[in-house]
Design a protein around this ligand. Structure first.
Ligand code: G3H
Ligand code: 13P
Ligand code: ZN
Length: 326
């Protein structure tokens, strides 16, 4: 297959995005997508709120979409942002890449940023694999994110039963060994809609901001990434349960914790579950209220509208990324 560079698609890498986010103390949203409606909603929401955005796909999302489709969707996303209002910068990012081969394939197919997630390996193996990806990526002006520490939950093909917090004393050495552009850390977030097992009335435990602060001191100005950062919005979970769903004991990261993180060295915040919940809630509601409806546009359309609103809300009142593109 012919190589395609992301600049041909009108995409950008994450370097300038992170520099601005660090200086102005906000976080760039990284929203996952799997289909056209999700992608459109994310782009429209970010364009309307004048926010830069990282469009991310996991390896399995990429397989679901299909390698031949994805570059066309990215190009269409750039056009859509321009048509909607602000031509906000868009990066296309591989989320939780598990191997050098996958990262290389994505770089050669028009991605502007890749994550190599070898956090479940030893420090040495993680560093060696990350370094290999960085060498290839930087030759193509592509940004690389790596991870130190393990988040509980599912990370694409990687499933971790228990989290282990990032050890701040390892961070500087890791950056020195690898030359990576940003680092995902583990400070108490986790993937999915069931982040904490809470008793009724109990609040989620606060994130380990002490670890984040120590890292900031050791590597000042270095862009940090927060995975597993969905808030698991009550309103959407309630709608899902009211209209035939069964999602009990869900819990996410409270918005005030994310606001605090966004004002720190955290420059990228990953959100997947909240987008899934928003669309599922509306689709369930429509199916329950109009059981005869079978025109896809009549339920995917409103679900897309709901996601647009969610994206604008997050950018505006949680991440602080709204209004940053003049
Ligand atoms: O962190 C994982 C993301 O939420 C992607 O999930 O592998 O089901 O696409 P996925
Ligand atoms: P959530 O499951 O909290 O949305 O996390 C998504 C994520 O980290 C994608 O990499
Ligand atoms: Zn993740």
């Amino acid at each position: 297959m012919n190589k395609l560079h992301y600049s041909e698609l009108g995409l950008v890498n994450t370097r300038a995005m992170f520099t601005q986010a660090m200086e102005e103390k906000y976080a760039v949203p990284a929203y996952n997508f799997n289909n056209m409606e999700q992608l459109q909603a994310i782009v429209i929401g970010c364009s309307r709120s004048a926010s830069p955005v990282i469009l991310q796909v996991s390896g399995s999302a990429r397989s679901y979409i299909g390698n031949s489709f994805l570059p066309h969707m990215a190009r269409a996303a750039v056009d859509l942002a321009r048509e909607t209002g602000k031509a906000v910068p868009l990066a296309l990012h591989l989320d939780h890449g598990g191997s050098f081969e996958l990262a290389k394939e994505c770089i050669d197919a028009g991605f502007s940023s890749v994550m190599i997630d070898a956090s479940h390996h030893s420090f040495e193996d993680n560093a060696a694999l990350t370094k290999q990806v960085v060498a290839y990526a930087h030759d193509h002006d592509v940004s690389v994110e790596a991870e130190l520490g393990v988040l509980a939950g599912i990370e694409d093909e990687v499933v971790a039963e228990k989290s282990s917090y990032t050890r701040p004393q390892e961070v500087a050495r890791f950056l020195e060994l690898t030359g990576v552009d940003s680092l995902a850390i583990s400070i108490g977030t986790s993937h999915g809609a069931f982040k904490f097992k809470l008793q009724p009335g109990q609040e989620p435990p606060p994130l380990r901001f002490d670890i984040l602060e120590e890292i900031e001191k050791l590597v000042p100005g270095f862009p940090i990434v927060l995975h597993g950062a969905s808030s698991v919005t009550r309103e959407h979970v309630d709608l899902i349960n009211r209209y035939g769903g069964k999602m009990e004991n869900t819990a996410g990261i409270p918005a005030d914790q994310l606001r605090k993180a966004a004002a720190s060295a955290v420059c990228k915040v990953n959100i997947d579950s909240d987008g899934r919940l928003a669309m599922t809630a509306i689709i369930r509601k429509i199916f329950a209220e109009k059981p005869g409806e079978f025109d896809l546009r009549k339920y995917l359309g409103p679900a897309r509208d709901e996601l647009v609103e969610m994206v604008i809300r997050k950018n505006t009142s949680v991440l602080g990324s709204a209004g940053r593109i003049k």
